[in-house]
Design a protein around this ligand. Structure first.
Ligand SMILES: Nc1ncnc2c1ncn2[C@@H]1O[C@H](COP(=O)(O)OP(=O)(O)O)[C@@H](O)[C@H]1O
Ligand SMILES: O=C(CO)[C@H](O)[C@H](O)COP(=O)(O)O
Length: 561
């Protein structure tokens, strides 16, 4: 493991060096990252460690809570080396919304038929509970109104039902605690089993105003969870950023290499932490229309393995096929709608890695000491000649739902499509397919934005973060295809700034999440849309929308008598 950023505490502009630091820990799908962040939101140190993933069968994705905790400890120890521990005031976690299963003594339980208890996490992208989610949606229970009208197979209720129906003896009957991964981490750090309002509202059907709805759990056949006042799934619910118990317990402090007793915050799901890390920045002086508009005109798009589109509003907005409205699940006092694409970074990687020219790409990128993405971007620049790079895909179109559609169609049966294939196997072909895939993801974002706007949102500016925001082509395509400026943060690792904001709030250094957001998130770069190319992208968008209609027609033909 290597530190990816240099450590330094000099502040620009002759300002005094800030003396309060916070630790943010971000557990993504592929890796755990930690950062030491000061009260201005500047990253002083960063470390990253990959985590294990298992796919024992198609659509089953599992992880290990012990492996993830060990990775959290490793990266945290690394970022605080040589730092005056007294300056560290708070710790915040964010993580993917995966389901962690523990027994009554808090030991891992298997979520697989092999009985392997080290694999005790059903990952967010696991689609094993298809039959369960269909039955849940057939109930038409009123809680479904608050998840876009249709529950996703990626949420926790169908996964819990799957465990009850498939792993009764080795898992369900022995289970004492079902945690969302972000809440598991805060429990490990503090011994407090309180759940974050963010995870329970977004993935477990909890209402910030009314709490749990017994009738839902009874109707879907999980009435056993109601017992003992919902002890297995959470009965103490705290807003993200609230301080937990007496702070960091000695055992976790030793493991993480942090001072015992520092404040630990109620956590956030990773996309929501990214939202906090970017959405509240002061945009004055960048020529953005959102400067004179309320914060509700900003859409945070967190792009990693998946992409999540986070829009907030003062009043609840019901957007068909878009998760929410969720009250106070990201920014306190605001309703949140969360659009999403289940695979984006994972799709780009899949398309690139499965192409026959991938070994050649790897060899050439390595020879130039470049990432494969940087190599592909420069290769596209070479082959585009005088035309804009986006025009290379005039006859190559992709529909990106290789893992179903999360938003706005909320249809997990949809599949990926590519039209315009030839017999070519060379690097040019790979590069253009990579471009068409990135464009398809950006068209998916445009589709989500248009659906949110039709339901009442008024959006003018995108705030992008996550691994894909490091790719200039991905960013420019999002600007060109949505027609909106894209704001990138000063700190590339904005999700970690979001996690650190939680730690800063828990420490009491800021009076509110809003105050911490305004002080700690900063605009870095703004990418404006290339207006001259609008006509071309409007035409490609028409093709994009037709593709899914055609897919539905094919399916109707094949399923007809
Ligand atoms: N330097 C980079 N340039 C371009 N794309 C990148 C870069 N680093 C990561 N990515 C893309 O970002 C994705 C991972 O994003 P990340 O935020 O790390 O994911 P997660 O949080 O899901 O673990 C990868 O699938 C890859 O497509
Ligand atoms: O459902 C989600 C957020 O609500 C995310 O898609 C999930 O947490 C995975 O995030 P990432 O793609 O960054 O690993």
């Amino acid at each position: 493991m290597k530190p990816l950023l240099s450590r330094g505490t000099m502040m620009s502009g002759g300002d005094q060096e800030p003396d309060h630091y916070y630790v943010g820990i971000d557990v993504g799908t592929g890796s755990v990252r930690a950062a030491l962040v000061d009260q201005r939101g500047v990253l002083l140190a960063f470390a990253e460690q990959p985590i294990k993933k298992w796919e024992p069968q198609f659509n089953h994705h599992e992880q290990s809570s012990e492996d993830i905790w060990a990775a959290c400890c490793r990266v945290t120890k690394e970022i605080v080396q040589g730092i005056d521990a007294h300056r560290i005031r708070g710790l915040g976690f964010d993580a993917t919304c995966s389901l962690v299963v523990l027994d009554k003594e808090f030991h891992p339980l298997p979520v697989n038929r092999e009985g392997d208890s080290s694999r005790n996490i059903i990952m967010w992208l696991d689609h094993r509970a298809v039959s369960q989610v269909h039955r849940i949606n057939e109930t038409k229970h009123s809680v479904l109104q608050y998840v876009g009208g249709v529950m996703s197979v990626e949420m926790q209720a169908p996964k819990l039902l799957w465990l009850k129906e498939n792993l009764r003896e080795i898992c369900w009957d022995k289970a004492g605690h079902f945690f969302d991964l972000p809440d598991f981490l805060s429990w490990k750090a503090t011994g407090v089993t309180a759940r974050s309002l963010c995870s329970l509202v977004c993935k477990w059907t909890y209402s910030a105003e009314k709490g749990w709805d017994d009738s839902f759990w009874k109707m879907i056949g999980l009435e056993d969870l109601i017992g003992d006042n919902y002890n297995k799934i959470g009965n103490l619910v705290l807003p993200p950023g609230a301080s937990l118990g007496s702070g960091l317990i000695p055992e976790a402090a030793r493991e993480l290499g942090l001072p015992s007793g520092i404040a630990v915050a109620a956590s956030l799901i990773d996309a929501h932490a990214g939202g906090l890390g970017v959405i509240g920045a002061d945009v004055r002086g960048h020529g953005l229309t959102c400067e004179g508009q309320p914060v509700t005109s900003r859409l945070a798009v967190i792009c990693g393995t998946s992409s999540c589109h986070m829009g907030i509003s003062k009043d609840p907005i019901f957007v068909p096929g878009v998760w929410g409205p969720y009250f106070s699940a990201m920014v306190p006092g605001f309703w949140l709608n969360e659009g999403g694409q289940s695979v984006t970074g994972k799709l780009i990687d899949h398309m690139v890695q499965s192409h026959p020219a991938f070994p050649e790409l790897q060899a050439k990128a390595t020879a130039r000491c470049q990432s494969i993405y940087a190599y592909l971007n420069s290769h596209l620049d070479l082959i585009k000649k005088a035309q804009p790079v986006g025009f290379l895909t005039v006859d190559l179109h992709v529909w990106p739902d290789f893992h179903g559609n999360r938003s706005p169609l909320a249809d997990l049966t949809l599949k990926g499509m590519v039209t315009g294939l030839t017999l070519s196997r060379d690097l040019d072909d790979l590069a253009v397919l990579y471009l068409a895939t990135i464009q398809a993801i950006a068209f998916g974002t445009r589709f989500i934005i248009e659906t949110m706007e039709a339901a009442g949102h008024s959006l003018s500016t995108l705030f992008l973060c996550g691994g894909l925001s490091k790719n200039p082509l991905f960013v420019q395509m999002h600007a060109d295809i949505t027609g909106m400026p894209v704001v990138l943060s000063q700190e590339v690792e904005s999700v970690l700034v979001g996690a650190a904001i939680l730690g800063a709030c828990a420490s009491g250094d800021f009076a509110s999440v809003q105050e911490a957001m305004a002080r700690m998130s900063k605009v870095g770069k703004v990418v404006f849309p290339e207006r001259a190319d609008k006509k071309y992208y409007d035409k490609k968008y028409q093709v994009f929308l037709r593709m899914v209609e055609h897919q539905k027609e094919y399916s109707a033909i094949m399923n007809g008598s």
